[in-house]
Write a protein that binds this ligand. Structure first.
Ligand SMILES: Cc1cc2nc3c(=O)[nH]c(=O)nc-3n(C[C@H](O)[C@H](O)[C@H](O)COP(=O)(O)OP(=O)(O)OC[C@H]3O[C@@H](n4cnc5c(N)ncnc54)[C@H](O)[C@@H]3O)c2cc1C
Length: 420
C-alpha cells in the first residue's frame, strides 16, 4: 500500500513502540524518538563477545504467547523451556517447594467467588484474617510482591485471579537474549524507512487536533499529524513529558494503575557452589533482603540472578550498585550457608539492574488495581485522533506486565490508527 503523506511520531522504542512502528510504516511516515542510546527499553541483554551474559530486564517468555513466539519464529530465534526445582530455605535447610502458595486451589476458588473487585488486602482481611492465617498471609504477600511487584493494599483481587488462573506452566528463555528480538524489530522498522532516533528525550508536546509538535531535551523540534506515547507508566505518572494543552484526565488515569518497582542482580561465579545443596536448583526463595534467586537451568552456567520486587525494594532503590552487590552477597551467603568472604572470592562479575533509578523508566512494570480497567479504557481511547498511548500498562489480558502485553498494545494502537 502506498504511504500517505501523514506523519506519526512514536515516543519510546521499547517493544510497544517498535511493533507499532513496524505495523504503521507501510502507510505512514514514522519517526521514533528514544531517550536511551539503544532501542529495546526494558528489554536489555548484555553481551560479551557476542554471547549473552545477562538479561538485565525481561528474561522469560511466560508461556506460548502468540505475538512473542510469532516474532521469535519470524526472526529465526531459538528459545528453550526453563527447568529445575524450587526450593525454600527455612532455618538454613533447603526444602523442596511444590507450590508457590499452599492451599492454592482453595484460595483461587475463594478469589473467583468474590462478587465485587477489591484490594487483595481487603479480600484477605475478609476471608483469611491474620490471626488464623499468618503463614498464608505472609506467603501471598511475598508472592504478590515478588511476581507482580504489587502492593497488597492496592492490587486488585480480580486482576490477580485473572492472571493466576491463566498462568502457564511453561516458561522459556531466548538463546540469543531478548534484545535479539527487539534488534530484529528495529531492523525491520529501518528497512521500512522508519526514522529511529536514539539519545533523544522528549520533554514537551504541544498539540491541537491533527497536529503535534514535540520538543526534545537537546533542543530539536519534530512535527507530525499524530503521536503515540509509549513511555513507561512510571514516567507518565510523574509527568516527565509536559502536554500543552494539558491532559489531566489521562495523567490521573495513569496514576490509577499500579506501578511496581524491582531490583535485579545478576552474579557470575567461578563455580556453581549452590549445587552442593541441589544440582537441580531452578528457583530459591528465602527470607533474606534479596529473597528470590534463580539459575539458568537447563543451561549449566555459573550464574545466579537475584530479584527484589515490590514495596520492600523501595528502601534500596537509592543505594549504589556497590551497596546492592553487598546486599546480594550477604543474602546469598545466608541462603547457601557460605561466608560472604567465600562468595566474594568466587565472584567473577556482577550486573546490577536498578530500573527504578533510570529516569526514563522509574520502575519495573505495572499491576492492576480496582481502578485500572476504567483507567486503561480511557488511556486506550485516542485524544482527538491525534494523541494515542501504548505500552505494557495499557494491556488488559491474561499476561499483564510482560513483553507480550507491550507488543499487544503496540499492535492494537496501530490497528486503531489504520481504522481497521
Ligand atoms: C527487571 C525487569 C524484568 C522483567 N522481566 C520480564 C520477563 O521476564 N518477561 C516479560 O515478559 N516481561 C518482563 N519485564 C517487563 C517487560 O520488560 C516490559 O513489560 C516491556 O519490555 C515493556 O515494553 P514497553 O514498550 O511497554 O515499554 P519500555 O520497554 O519501557 O519502552 C518505553 C521506552 O520509552 C523510552 N522513554 C521514556 N521516556 C522517554 C522520553 N521522554 N523521550 C523518549 N523516550 C522515552 C524509554 O527509554 C523506553 O525505551 C521485566 C521488566 C523489568 C524491569
Amino acid at each position: 500500500m502506498a504511504k500517505t503523506s501523514e506523519e506519526i511520531i512514536i515516543i519510546g522504542a521499547g517493544a510497544a513502540g517498535l511493533i507499532a512502528a513496524r505495523e504503521l510504516a507501510g502507510q505512514y511516515k514514522i519517526t521514533i524518538l528514544e531517550a536511551m542510546n539503544t532501542t529495546g527499553g526494558r528489554i536489555k541483554t548484555i553481551y560479551r563477545d557476542g554471547i549473552k551474559i545477562a538479561e538485565t530486564g525481561a528474561e522469560f517468555v511466560h508461556g506460548e504467547l502468540p505475538i512473542t513466539i510469532g516474532l521469535l519464529k519470524e526472526a529465526g530465534l531459538q528459545y528453550q523451556a526453563i527447568s529445575g526445582q524450587m526450593f525454600h530455605v527455612r532455618d538454613g535447610q533447603w526444602m523442596l517447594q511444590h507450590e508457590m502458595i499452599s492451599n492454592w486451589d482453595q484460595l483461587l476458588e475463594q478469589m473467583g467467588k468474590s462478587p465485587a473487585d477489591m484490594t487483595m488486602q481487603d479480600f484477605l482481611d475478609q476471608h483469611y484474617p491474620y490471626a488464623q492465617h499468618p503463614d498464608l498471609r505472609q506467603n501471598i504477600q511475598g508472592f504478590v510482591q515478588g511476581f507482580d511487584l504489587a502492593d497488597i493494599s492496592k492490587v486488585s483481587v480480580q486482576y490477580l485471579y485473572d492472571e493466576w488462573t491463566n498462568e502457564s506452566e511453561k516458561n522459556f528463555r531466548i538463546d540469543r537474549g531478548y534484545s535479539a528480538m527487539t534488534d530484529f524489530l528495529e531492523e525491520e522498522c529501518r528497512k521500512l524507512e522508519c526514522n529511529v532516533i536514539t539519545n533523544t528525550t522528549v520533554t514537551a508536546v504541544e498539540w491541537s487536533a491533527g497536529k503535534v509538535q514535540v520538543q526534545t531535551a537537546n533542543g530539536t523540534t519534530f512535527s507530525a499529524d499524530k503521536l503515540i506515547v509509549t513511555i513507561p507508566l512510571g514516567a507518565l505518572q510523574k509527568n516527565t513529558i509536559s502536554f500543552s494543552p494539558a491532559i489531566p484526565d489521562y495523567i490521573k488515569a495513569a496514576n490509577d494503575i499500579g506501578w511496581g518497582i524491582v531490583i535485579k542482580t545478576i552474579l557470575h561465579f567461578k563455580t556453581p557452589f549452590w549445587e552442593k545443596h541441589s544440582p537441580q536448583m531452578g528457583f530459591l526463595f528465602g527470607e533474606t533482603p534479596i529473597p528470590t534467586w534463580w539459575t539458568q537451568n537447563p543451561s549449566r552456567t555459573n550464574t545466579l540472578t537475584g530479584w527484589l520486587g515490590g514495596p520492600p525494594s523501595a528502601a534500596h532503590i537509592t543505594q549504589t550498585d556497590e551497596q546492592l552487590l553487598d546486599l546480594s552477597i550477604s543474602s546469598l551467603a545466608s541462603l547457601c550457608n557460605e561466608t560472604e568472604a567465600t562468595l566474594r572470592e568466587q565472584l567473577v562479575s556482577a550486573y546490577i539492574a536498578n530500573w527504578t533509578a533510570d529516569p526514563h523508566v522509574m520502575g519495573g512494570y505495572s499491576y492492576g488495581t480496582p481502578a485500572s480497567q476504567a483507567a486503561q479504557a480511557l488511556l486506550n481511547t485516542g485524544i482527538e485522533n491525534t494523541i494515542y498511548f501504548a505500552g505494557e500498562a495499557l494491556y488488559n489480558g491474561a499476561s499483564p506486565g510482560t513483553v507480550e502485553a507491550a507488543l499487544t498494545t503496540g499492535k492494537s494502537v496501530a490497528k486503531k490508527i489504520k481504522g481497521r
